[in-house]
Structures are given as C-alpha cells and as structure tokens.
Ligand binder design. Sequence first.
Ligand code: PEP
Ligand code: MG
Length: 757
Amino acid sequence: MNSIKWIDEVDNNDVEIVGGKAASLGELRSAELPVPDAFVVTAETFRKYIKNTEIDEKIFEILSDVNVNNSKELNKASEEIKEIILKKDMPDSLKEDIYQSYEEISKEVEGKAFVAIRSSATAEDLPDASFAGQQETFLNIKEEENVIDAIKKCWASLYTGRAIFYREKQDFKHSDVNIAVIVQKMVDAEKAGVIFTSHPTTGKNEVIIEAGWGLGEGVVSGQVSPDHYIIDRKTYEVTKTEIANKKTMFLKDKETGKTIEKDVPDDKKEAQILDKEEIQELAKLADTVEKHYGTPQDVEWAIKDGEIFMLQSRPITTITGIEDEEEKETEKGEVIVEGLGASPGRASGKVKIVQNIDEIDKIKSGDIIVTTMTTPDMVPSMKKASAIVTDEGGMTCHAAIVSRELGTPAVVGSKNATSVLSDGLFITVDGEKGKVTKGKTEKEEKEEEKEVKEKVVETKSTETTATDIKVNVSIPEAAERASKTGADGVGLLRIEHMVLSLNRHPQSYVDAGEEDKFVNELFKGIRKVCDEFYPNPVWVRTLDAPTDEFRSLEGGEHEPKEHNPMLGMRGIRRDLRYKKNFKMQIEAIKKLQEKGYDNIGIMLPLVQNSREIREAKKIMKKSGIDTKKLDFGIMVETPASAMIIEDLIEERIEFVSFGTNDLTQYTLAVDRNNENVSHLYDERHEAVLKLIERVIKKCNEEGVKTSICGQAGSYPDIVEKLVSMGINSVSANIDAVNEIRNTVAKTEKKLLLDSIR
Ligand code: PEP
Ligand code: MG
C-alpha cells in the first residue's frame, strides 16, 4: 500500500513523504510517548492524484497569475483551485487503501471509529518556516465516505488564500510544497491544551502548560482563555497557576458526532483544570519531548479518563516567542497586512480608507482608520477610531506617537495597507505585533476592549524609585491618562502637536498681528498638562516641527520644500531663524509663570552648538521670564551635541534629555520615518549607546541632570543600561510607564546589592 504509511513506520527523516506533522508524530511514537493510532495518506499520493487527474497544470497556472497583495484576487484564485480539487473523484484503488486502513483503526472500537483528519504539509513545522495552522483539520469524522471527503478538503486547504499568501511571502515555490493527510483516532478529550517545553518568550528553564475543558481546538485557536501553569523544569515545582474564567469548550456532540461549541457548566468555569499530579506528569512528558528533539517544542496534549495523549509537537520557531505567538495569531485569521507594531493593544472594526483629509468625516466610532500617514487634523477622528493602520512611517512618526497617547492600537509602515484593505472589511489590528488579520465579531472585540482597560489599572506599579519615572505627552487630551500612570512629571511635552492641531501656521498669526491668539492657545494647552501634574515638573519642549508638516497648515504654503525635512528647518534652528515664533512660545510660558505655575521647565530641541543655547537664553531673558522658577535644558539628539557636551554644559543648563529617536537616525544615517530602512533603525546600536554614556558621564561630573524622552526610554533593556550608566530620570510613553518603573526599581536594587557585595 504505497499510498499509506502508519505513523510507527515514519520519523523526522520522512517529512518529504508524510509532511512535518506526521513525521513528528512518528518521532514521538518512537520516543514511546503516548500518541493515538494514526495512518497517513502520503504527500506523493496527493501529487499523483493531481497529476493523474490532470488538474495540476490548471492549478499552477492560476497561481502564477495571482497578485497575493490583492485580497480579492487571492480569494478568487483560492476558491477556483479548491473547487477543482473537490470536484474530482478519487481513484477507486486509493479509496480502497484508505477504507482498509480506516477499518484497522476502528478495530478496537464498537462500530466505526471517530477520527481526526489533519493536514500535514511538507513545508509545515520546519524549524525556520512554521506554517502552523495554514491547513485544515477536521475533528470527529466517522464513516468511510466522510473520511474521503475530509481528506480531499485537507488537500484543497493547501490552497487557502492564507496558505498561498504565506508561501509567496516565505519564498516557497507552490509546486514544491506538498500535502499529506493524517487520519488519527480521535481522543474524546475531557481536558486538553498546549505545552511549551521551554518558556516561549525567555527560553527559560520553565515548562508552560495551557489547559482548557474539552477538545484542544479552543485553546489552540485562541477562542478559549486557558488556565496557565508554569513549572520549574529542574524541580517540577509548579511556580505559577493562573485560573482563567473559561466560558466555552469544544466537544463531540453525542447525537450527531459533530464537534460543537458549548458553554462551560457554571461549576467548571472557574475551577482549576489540572491537578498537581497531572501538571507534573505533563511537565515530565514535555521534558522527554524536548530532550528527544534537542530543541524547545510546542506540544498539543489531551486527557481522557485520566490518560494523557500527545497529539502534535512542533519546534518553537524562535525562542523569543514572538514567532510562536504569531503562529497563534495567524491561526485566528489570515494576516493580510504587516507593519511595525507602534501602539500596543488589539482591536477589531471596519476598515475606512482615508486617502485625504476631506474623507476623514466618514470615520465613525469604532472604525479603523487606514491611511497613508496620519496628519494632525486627523486627531479628532483618531480618538474615535478603534485602531489605526498606515502605509508609511516608523515607530516615532505622527501616527505612532498620537496613537500611543490615545491608547489606540496602531500598525504603521505597512507599505500597502491602503491598497490591500478595502472599505467595510472587518479586520483585527494587533498593535503590538504589527499584524492585521481578518476580523473578529463585535462581541469579542468588546470583551477585548474591556480586558485591555482592566489590564492598565491592574498593572500599575507600586515601586518607589530613586530615578524619576516621567511620561511623554504630545496632545493635551492625553494628559489625564498620562497622569493616571502615577508618573513623577512630564519629561517631554511636544508642543508641535498642539500647534499643528490649531491648523493655522504660527507665522500667519504674526502676519495678522494676532500673536495674542496664538499665545493664548499655547497657554491653554500647556496649562491643561501642568494642572494634571502640578506640582510635579513639566518639561515643555519648544517647537520642533519640520517644514513638510507645517506646510499643510493654513498659511503654511510658504514653507520651503526640502529634500529631507528631517535634516532641514526644524528644532531650535528654525525658532532662531523665525524669532517671533519662538517669542510667542516664551510668552505663553511666562503667562503660566505669572499664574503661579512654578513646575515648568523649558527644553530646546535638536541643539547643534553653543551659540543656539546662548541666543535662545537671550530671547528668554529679554521676554522677562523668571529663570529662577524654571528648569532649563536641552535635548541631546544630534551626535554633535553629544560630542561637545562639555561646551554645552558651560552655557549653564540644568538638564539634558536624550532624544533617541533623532539621535539614532542621525548617528546611523537612517531616516526614522522611512519604512524602507526601518530594519536598520536600531537604538541599541553601540554607537548610539556610546554617545549616551559619554554624555551621562560628563553631566554627572558637572552636576547636570540627565534624562531620556525618546522611544528608547520605553524599552526596559535600554533603560536598565541607562540606569546603570547613572541617568537621573526616564520619560516613557504612557503605556510603558509602569513597566519602566518596575525595571528601574529592579535595576536600582541590583546596583545597590552589587555595590555592597
Ligand atoms: C526624540 O528625537 O527622541 C524625541 C523625543 O523627539 P521627537 O520624537 O519629537 O523628535
Ligand atoms: Mg527629536
């Protein structure tokens, strides 16, 4: 029987014959792990089938023409191919082989056995290209005809839109990828789930077990929130148990034999699924699996009548766990757009493409804005949106900064969202991983929203730190949310977002003799933030908006057209060219001082030389600002300022704050907003860290405070380094404040201990 192999006959060397999943089941069997009986319709059988029935040419012709970035075209191609496969009848000789093997599996049961029919693609479960979840699985199948039917459906699932898309993206030739089908005795599980034999995010020596009631389907697909157990791999001690509120479960319906979703009975909802013995037994099996493979594995398991079964094992693609999580996401839905995860959280909603600002009014509450790049006049609609997706931009572009402050999930720099997505499509945006998948139901979305909100409250840090933990604010509307983090002040108030949302160019106020109006607008915006944080300090950064952004404002048409606005008229150099603009900002701060706000600091952006500080100070002095009530500092965001920090300190500054967004782009010659080079944008580059270290050292020698307000101040690993270098404060994004406080507390304690040991 060439078309069939039993899993006892195969191992990991047989991926080409039986596909990755089946080969791995064979491997588990050979390690004497408890795997239910199964046979495999080999990949070669599928290949022969499409060749002998002469449908192969047609399939590959359709595939060669499809543009996978166009989801309509992709789905049409997929439907056509699937229909071609399903319509063809299977040769009788093959049917006969399958019937015989099915009978063999049914031997020990009364009547015919229930089986799971699972795809096992030859490119699936490989260490560097996990295709998990790409192809179909059919549970609780019984009777010959249904088995044949499900096998054909598995074959057809090699050509779902999602699978075609992934192969193209991973550069797998369609004709090289083949599919085998496993027919495995069903375990009518009472409880089931997944084991990670090593911690999927840290690679630590821990086993993680996830468990749900009923079949494992719900846990694997992410539809069920599972119980979560962590076990120390050395001692088998259970170090953490999290009992989830389990709402649904998947079961075999006793009458129809079909897999159904049911509510978990009340008494089981909050009950712990696994007892200590079961947890430890699973952990031991996990250990055996990992030892057998020599690499961390992700194992599906099930328990029936107290007996444990292992249903599948595959490598954890990367030990960072990111890929692993990604697999789960893709299992939930087709990833249709990818970009940078710029603002954490997940949300679902309807796509609204905004090609230009005139269309922004069509955004209704809960919609997802999909646009080339957001502009400041979109902010009111960004507040209504449940998520934001852009074609352009990096982690520090307008869309990224504003979305983070609003707490709205965002994916930026996708390159193609506005062309791939279409109006009305229901999608889910994962702002952490930078993925857009086909959407969820509104009910699920609401539940998730609730979860995210609760999470923010839950995780509030109670640590006390010697290093101040501050927060970045760009839009006054975010001030309340920012202060609720418990931050020790604002380490960066970017006023250009405030100015841009006025939608009128500052110069046009000057030209119309309406400076007061502009001053008043700034005064109101900054006051809102100062009120939220008083008496904690608010460091206001003077205007730093590039010419391309200012040009879109009313009266902004005279802005020079620059080849690279990032290197052009922005930051303090701009304010010193158009001094009246600078004076208006200083007036607004003076007005606040006069109202009694003594918690304001001023910080100059993009400083390049000492003269800039001198000139700015001169204007401030002339305006009559009370410098005694004011912290005055500069941003270190050009390599030049870092290299001559000694000279800048001589101009008498109280503090410096690292603008790592710019410091990185200027050190590495990588435009921070250019998605084509974003893979080279790296705040952890040694050159960037060396510049920072140099500045901290010199400032500490001279008694000048140091801080960070670039995006890197929200990354724990970098912050750990900065605290060790002796930084005085860290200003993080709203969503990162708590985590950063915890990181700082831990680092400080470690430094203390190190110093006394
Ligand atoms: C920076 O450059 O790191 C910074 C905080 O300023 P911005 O992102 O506004 O340029
Ligand atoms: Mg900057």
